[in-house]
Design a protein around this ligand. Structure first.
Ligand SMILES: Nc1nc2c(ncn2[C@@H]2O[C@H](COP(=O)(O)OP(=O)(O)OP(=O)(O)O)[C@@H](O)[C@H]2O)c(=O)[nH]1
Length: 557
């Protein structure tokens, strides 16, 4: 059963999830008010000690800008609505600094007072000092005056309407400055709890709105054609994936060629050595031992090497054996090892959001892979939020912001050096408030032997668990295919520290030593969800066991 994300009610695991409705972005003032009124649950003391102050910024798709009329009416709405909001005593976050259209509101100009008959009859000039009017405003007034003269002939234009038109015209004509800031209520008390630890009042979360191309706003999500299923490589938690994702033949040719090219070094080395080993020799014990050594040197791991030699012996012992026979048997055995771990990444959207934590050693492709994942998910109509949890590398924050913009995802980021656990906690909260379907958290690259960095990773997992004991719902580890044996130890340690639930092998288009993935799969039995086959946004393919095995063994597809 295909699952559409748009226009369908579907059941994922625990609950029925309403379709993702278009988020009518409330005007900034309302967001500020909501943020101001937001009351985090009183945190456990332990958590407060865990999280250092983190000032976060939330970039989200730009809200539909109100029309000029709406804008002028908004300006006429009493701003006092925000000031009047009851700030709950334990409010953790002071009203955000917001940037909205509309000039600075003089003391009472924003109050829209009803127009009385006398007012309406009085010439408008009396209400507005001509010397401060711009040329356009003066023109509007002249128009109004002209209308007044012709008013008797226009029975349906009442003095009130005329005054209203003049007022709106004057407001519209006024040059609009680009920002207003709703200052935090003067009596906001410092909050001695986790929220204050997360959010220093002087730099309350700033709502930034990255530019979005017009089309993104023209078709509200509810009108988008129903996505017929999750993107290839993903499955819903409720529907245990039974279907084999059908690879689009034309797409397979490009990434598949890159995969074969990337593994060419491994396969040509292997097939070349195998060919020289099996030159007109009957298969004997010595040859089998030499073959086993070859396979272990190719990083396939002892277990898989023995499986291959055992199968070969059972089929061909004492007989002539060709290099092709060996490659064929090797591809078959490697496929048997990899098939059980070639699984789609399960998402349980009843979590709202499904939290994915991405971990791995420096430079293994975490940030890039997050961008590729976000592209797939937002392309399927899901609301994605990213969290720039790599607060060590300045470029990483900017890099992820670019990916967020390219994939039209929200992003929560902070300053360099900020507490990663605090950032993750805040991002999880923001994702809940904005009803994101998926939250993908980036983390700083760290070598598995750096204990303090591994401890920080443990803290991120622990802090997320305070908001949802099941979170993070998925922990993905990126492995660089050019690494080789070291990857085995990386998985061992990251799995113990962060509870890795699945793998993505990147850079298989490069000079890959993909054999290590076979050894890791045989040992850890961890799902391998995707492979990276390039730096581009689409260069992430669902992992296919047979493709990978044949590429390593150098067997024609
Ligand atoms: N050829 C190729 N390059 C890749 C792939 N995935 C990532 N890269 C490149 O690898 C380099 C590191 O990628 P990042 O995403 O920055 O890696 P990272 O793990 O976030 O790095 P740190 O933040 O330092 O830990 C970048 O130049 C990426 O473009 C891939 O599948 N193929």
């Amino acid at each position: 059963m295909a699952i559409g994300f748009i226009k369908k009610i579907f059941n994922f695991g625990k609950g029925t999830v309403e379709e993702a409705k278009p988020q009518d972005a409330a005007p900034e003032a309302e967001i500020a008010a909501a943020v101001a009124a937001e009351a985090l649950p009183a945190p456990e003391p332990a958590l407060a000690e865990e999280i250092a102050p983190v000032d976060v910024a939330v970039d989200e798709p730009v809200a539909e800008q109100p029309s000029a009329e709406e804008a002028s009416e908004e300006l006429l709405e009493p701003l006092s609505d925000i000031e009047a909001l009851p700030l709950a005593a334990e409010d953790p976050i002071r009203p955000a600094e917001i940037e909205t259209a509309g000039g600075p509101a003089p003391d009472d100009a924003h109050r829209h007072t009803p127009v009385t008959d006398e007012d309406a009859a009085a010439p408008v000039e009396a209400a507005v000092k001509p010397e401060v009017l711009s040329e356009a405003a003066q023109e509007a007034l002249d128009t109004y005056a002209a209308l007044q003269e012709t008013a008797p002939e226009e029975p349906n234009i009442t003095p009130e309407a005329l005054a209203e038109q003049a007022e709106i015209a004057a407001v519209e004509a006024e040059p609009v400055s680009d920002e207003t800031s709703a200052t935090p209520a003067a009596d906001a008390e410092p909050i001695e709890d986790v929220a204050a630890a997360i959010d220093d009042a002087s730099e309350a979360p700033v709502v930034e709105t990255p530019a979005l191309e017009e089309p993104a706003l023209e078709t509200p999500v509810s009108e988008l054609p129903a996505a017929t299923s999750l993107p290839k490589g993903f499955a819903s938690a409720a529907e245990r994936a039974g279907q084999e994702p059908v690879a689009a033949p034309q797409a397979k040719l490009t990434w598949y060629q890159r995969l074969r090219r990337g593994l060419a070094r491994t396969s040509s080395q292997l097939t070349g050595q195998i060919a020289s080993l099996f030159t007109k020799r009957k298969l004997d014990e010595a040859t089998l031992q030499d073959l086993e050594d070859l396979l272990i040197q190719a990083d396939l791991g002892v277990e898989t090497a023995m499986r291959i030699t055992d199968t070969l012996a059972s089929e061909r012992y004492g007989k002539d054996v060709s290099g092709e026979d060996v490659s064929r048997i090797m591809a078959g055995e490697i496929t048997k090892v990899l098939s059980p771990v070639a699984k789609p990444l399960e998402l349980d959207l009843s979590h709202k959001p499904h939290v994915i934590l991405v971990v791995g050693v420096n430079g293994t492709g975490k940030t890039t892979t997050i961008g590729k994942l976000a592209a797939k998910l937002s392309g399927a109509g899901l609301k994605v939020m990213l969290a720039a949890g790599d607060t060590f590398r300045a470029a990483a924050i900017e890099q992820l912001k670019i990916w967020a913009e390219r994939t039209k995802s929200d992003i929560v980021s902070s300053k360099l050096g900020a507490d990663a656990a605090g950032l993750a906690y805040e991002a999880f909260q923001q994702a809940r408030e904005k009803k994101a379907d998926v939250l993908i958290i980036d983390t700083a690259g760290r070598l598995q032997n750096k204990t303090e960095l591994m401890a920080e990773l443990e803290k991120i997992v622990r802090v997320l668990g305070k908001l949802d004991p099941d979170a993070p719902h998925t922990v993905l580890q990126t492995l660089d295919a050019t690494t080789g044996q070291n990857a085995l130890q990386q998985v061992e340690i990251f799995r113990n520290v962060a509870g890795v639930s699945g793998l993505i092998m990147t850079k298989l288009d490069g000079t890959a030593r993909g054999g290590i993935l076979v050894a890791i799969s045989a040992k850890h039995k961890l799902p391998v969800y995707f492979i990276g086959v390039g730096e581009g946004i689409d260069d992430l393919e669902p992992f296919e066991a047979k493709d990978f095995a044949e590429a390593i063994a150098g067997v024609a597809a």
